[in-house]
Each structure stands twice: as structure tokens, then as C-alpha cells.
Design a protein around this ligand. Structure first.
Ligand code: TXA
Ligand code: MG
Length: 472
């Protein structure tokens, strides 16, 4: 049996002697600081952001199986890292982050673009690389409850979150806390609250621990594009604009975290995500939780950048996206949508409607179409082959009915978790095929389906529906 060397990542991380190079910058280690207050003060002293250098973006692969957590303790967990390469890459990335730069990193939801959350100049680099609107606040990521407390007002975690944290952290759940002065305005964009998440991905956790400071990270896409779920997506959008990307394979959830405001009465889900409404309302104190735009709306919130994904264009590929609403089985049975057979499994009225619409668009001169499929009544075709780190080979990623239509199976609509995992990858894949129009077969808004449909409604420029009732 192979014996593996297990080394503990000790903190603060050792100074790096190797100088990392980009085309225009050399990095020097910043002094280790003892507290978040010291770190914040040191970061605030950082000079104004210089003109953006062009980077030779380093892409390093890390196997998450080489990082483990022997204890389930969240107070101050320490990772075991079994491979020198993993330790080296984490130290390299941590040094770049401590020096005020940004790094693309995998998380269990989507890839994030990280910077030191206590450094306002570093945060500005995120906005610049992504071309993100200046008033859209960032989520702060922590790797221990100790780190969370140290950045909160009076070092206290509000009691309303106790059971949520115990049940769903680490994981795809973001919580709003009253903001303390430690968090720069560039992160919160003037809000009285700061959004915090304790991710479960071993690479994200170990990287935050290696930095020994919280990391701000939005999704690592160019603003407006679908979020990245593979390192190659980050490279497609940000190569040359950032110094480093860590490749940790395909993100397991594939959609962003659920954002919960528990400071409101009743508590609210501002953005549905990886932890579902059905799961959250089971938690003590969360029984009355409401989903924004489903159970309540608010005219002021509608315009606010703090309502995730409301004010700005989101998740939009270059091609026009058409959402084909889900048809409930009883409506389909009553003849609301007439089914037909397709080349890739049984179909429902959604598919028939798409075929009709494609014929109409062809008359208008449109030539190439993509379909993100969920309406299989039998198992979806297993035509997607993935290499080690989740890349799909374009030739095998889809089924092609004829030259004009490319299908990409997201998964069965009855398995919304599968659909969520593939959604952004499918949008990006079909966009890469230079289709004129992408049709997406919508799914029922239960469990992860709520988050999937939330993203699709933002991505779509129009919605079509073949049933008797019009959904708004
Ligand atoms: O899963 C995720 O949450 C990923 C990974 C990288 O952690 N991050 C992510 O970040 O999705 P981003 O920036 O793409 O979306 C964060 C959303 C934004 O729409 C923002 O408006 C909202 O969270 N947000 C941040 N701070 C907030 C606050 N104080 N109050 C309300 N919403 C806030
Ligand atoms: Mg985003």
C-alpha cells in the first residue's frame, strides 16, 4: 500500500522565498500580522490602485482529495494536506492574495474571484477585472467561526443564525450580518450589512486558512456572463486580467449560494441557491421564511443593487435565450401542449413548441439553434463525456439533430440538482457553438428548481408557454 505523507498546513503560512512573476510584477511577501485589526490597518495603508497590469495568468490544478478535515469542528479547523504540490499551489495563491491581488478559485457553488476582504484596494481589483458595477456588494468567505466572529460587530454571531449555521455551514449558504468598520466600504458598497459565507469546498477552505484572512469573492465571470463552473470558464473570461486561477474541477452545485437575510422579520431568501427553501424552512426560527419575488416584493428592493441579480443584466450569453416554461403533467395531459417524438428521447409539449418556434425563426433567416434539454421521460442521453477536471469534449457534448440544431442535455427535470450543476456549463457551451438562439426547457420551481428558474428568468430575453394559463 502506498504510504502518503500527511502534512499539516501551519499558520501563519511560511514566507515564500520564491518570487512569483507575472509579465510586469514581482511579488514580495507581506509581513505576517497578528490580528484582523492590524491586517485591516495595513491594507488601508495600501496605495491607490495602480493602472492594471497585463498578466500571464498562471493556471494550477489541485486535487481536492489531497485536502481533508479530520475534525468536524468549525471553530478553528485545520486542514490536512497530503500532497506537496497542493501545499505549494495554496501558498503561491495565498501570497498573491496577501499582496493585494486577485485569484480565481473553485468553490462548491461556482468559481469565485477572490481578494483579501480587509483590503479596499484589493477589492477594487475584483471590480475592475470583472467590470462589475461599483454598487454591487461582494460576499465575504470565511474558513472558521473564529474568523467570522473577529470581523463582526462585538464579535457576536446573531442568535437567529445558530441553527442555520449548525445545519448548513460549511456550504452554499450566505448570511447577512450587521457590518463592522473592519470591512471596507468597497466590499459592502455602503450597505449596513455584510454578506458572509463559510464554503465547504476543501480548496476554498484551505486557501482562506492559508491566507489567514477572510476573502471577498463574487463569481469569477465577466459581469453579465453566466457564472463559471469550470476553470476554463474563468480563463475564457479573465485570462490576462488576473495573475492566477486554481483549477479544482467542476463545481458540484453549479449555481450560486442561497442568500438569506435573517435580520429581517420574517427572514427572507434574497437569492435562491444551493440550500433550498424547503430545507431552510425546516430549521428552527426559519419556519416563516419568505422568498423574495415569490412570497413578497418590494418596489425599493427591486431597484437596489443589493437584491441579488435584480438591477443588472445577469447570466447572459451572447445568443438570445428563450425560456420555455415548464408544463405541469396535468396540463400537458389535457392537451395544453401536444407532445412529439425527438431524436433524443421522449419529449413533452415544451419540445414540440421549440420545434415550431425554430421553424418560424428559420423563416426569419436565423440559422443555428441550441436547446438545453430537461424534458426527458426516459434517461437523458449520456453524450457528455468529461475529462479529469470536468471539461467536456465539444464533439461529444451534445446531440445534433441536423446541422442547424444542437441539443445539450442538462438532466432530467425531476432531478433539479443535476440540472443546476449543468446549467451554466450548457449556456456557455452553446454560446461557444455560435448559435443564434438558445432555447431552455424550464423545470418545476421546487427544491433546486427554484434557483434554476430564478437564473433562467434573468438570462432569458423572452419566455414562451404553450399551456392555457399565462405565467408571469
Ligand atoms: O455561491 C456564491 O455565492 C458565489 C461563490 C463565489 O461564493 N458568489 C457569488 O457572488 O455568487 P456574486 O457577487 O456573484 O453574488 C453575490 C450577491 C450579489 O448579487 C449581491 O448583490 C449580494 O450577493 N449581496 C452581497 N452583499 C449583500 C448585502 N450586504 N445585502 C444584500 N445582498 C448582498
Ligand atoms: Mg455573480
Amino acid at each position: 500500500m502506498l504510504s502518503r505523507t500527511v502534512a499539516r498546513l501551519s499558520l501563519p503560512i511560511h514566507r515564500l522565498t520564491r518570487s512569483l512573476s507575472s509579465s510586469t510584477m514581482a511579488y514580495s511577501a507581506s509581513p505576517a500580522t497578528s490580528s484582523l485589526q492590524d491586517q485591516a490597518a495595513a491594507a488601508t495603508a495600501t496605495a491607490a490602485v495602480p493602472a492594471s497590469p497585463a498578466f500571464n495568468t498562471i493556471l494550477e490544478t489541485v486535487d481536492s482529495a489531497t485536502i481533508s478535515y479530520p475534525s468536524s469542528d468549525l471553530e478553528d479547523p485545520t486542514p490536512d494536506i497530503s500532497q506537496p504540490h497542493t501545499r505549494h499551489v495554496l501558498e503561491q495563491a495565498a501570497k498573491i492574495l496577501r499582496d493585494g491581488q486577485v485569484v480565481g478559485m473553485p468553490t462548491e457553488t461556482v468559481y469565485g474571484l477572490a481578494s483579501n476582504a480587509l483590503d479596499s484596494a484589493a477589492a477594487q481589483r475584483i471590480f475592475k477585472a470583472k467590470n462589475r458595477p461599483q454598487d454591487n456588494p461582494l460576499i465575504v468567505h470565511v474558513s472558521s467561526l473564529k474568523m467570522l466572529r473577529s470581523m463582526l460587530k462585538d464579535n457576536e454571531i446573531p442568535a437567529v443564525y445558530s441553527d442555520l449555521i449548525r445545519t448548513y455551514w460549511p456550504g452554499p449558504l450566505t448570511l447577512l450580518f450587521p457590518r463592522s468598520n473592519l470591512i471596507p466600504n468597497e466590499i459592502t458598497c455602503g450597505q449596513a450589512t455584510v454578506a458572509v459565507r463559510f464554503p465547504s469546498h476543501p480548496i476554498t477552505r484551505a486557501l482562506i486558512t492559508a491566507c489567514d484572512r477572510p476573502l471577498a469573492a463574487p463569481s469569477a465571470n465577466s459581469s453579465g456572463k453566466p457564472s463559471p463552473t469550470l476553470a476554463s470558464h474563468v480563463m475564457d473570461d479573465l485570462k490576462g486580467k488576473i495573475p492566477m486561477v486554481i483549477d479544482g474541477g467542476q463545481c458540484s452545485f453549479g449555481i450560486e449560494s442561497t442568500v438569506v437575510d435573517g435580520l429581517r422579520v420574517p427572514p427572507a431568501i434574497l437569492r435562491p441557491g444551493g440550500v433550498t427553501f424547503e430545507q431552510i424552512r425546516q430549521v428552527k426560527g426559519m419556519e416563516q421564511i419568505q422568498v423574495y419575488q415569490k412570497h413578497f416584493t418590494d418596489a425599493a428592493m427591486e431597484q437596489a443593487p443589493t437584491t441579488p441579480g435584480m438591477k443588472y443584466r445577469h447570466y447572459s450569453p451572447e445568443a438570445e435565450v428563450v425560456l420555455v416554461e415548464y408544463i405541469k403533467p396535468e396540463e400537458a395531459a389535457s392537451g395544453a401542449g401536444s407532445g412529439s417524438e425527438s431524436g433524443s428521447g421522449s419529449s413533452t409539449g415544451q419540445y414540440a413548441l421549440i420545434m415550431k418556434e425554430i421553424e418560424r425563426l428559420k423563416q426569419e433567416g436565423k440559422k443555428r439553434f441550441g436547446i438545453l434539454r430537461t424534458s426527458f421521460t426516459s434517461a437523458p442521453p449520456s453524450t457528455i463525456s468529461k475529462s479529469g477536471n470536468g471539461e467536456s469534449s465539444p464533439a461529444q457534448s451534445s446531440t445534433s439533430l441536423d446541422d442547424s440544431v444542437i441539443e445539450f442535455p442538462l438532466g432530467q427535470g425531476s432531478r433539479p440538482d443535476d440540472v443546476a450543476r449543468e446549467l451554466f456549463r450548457g449556456l456557455r457551451f452553446l454560446d461557444g457553438q455560435h448559435v443564434d438562439c438558445i432555447f431552455v426547457e424550464g423545470i418545476s420551481e421546487v427544491e433546486e428548481g427554484l434557483a434554476v428558474m430564478n437564473r433562467l428568468r434573468k438570462a432569458a430575453s423572452r419566455t414562451i408557454y404553450s399551456g392555457p394559463t399565462v405565467f408571469l
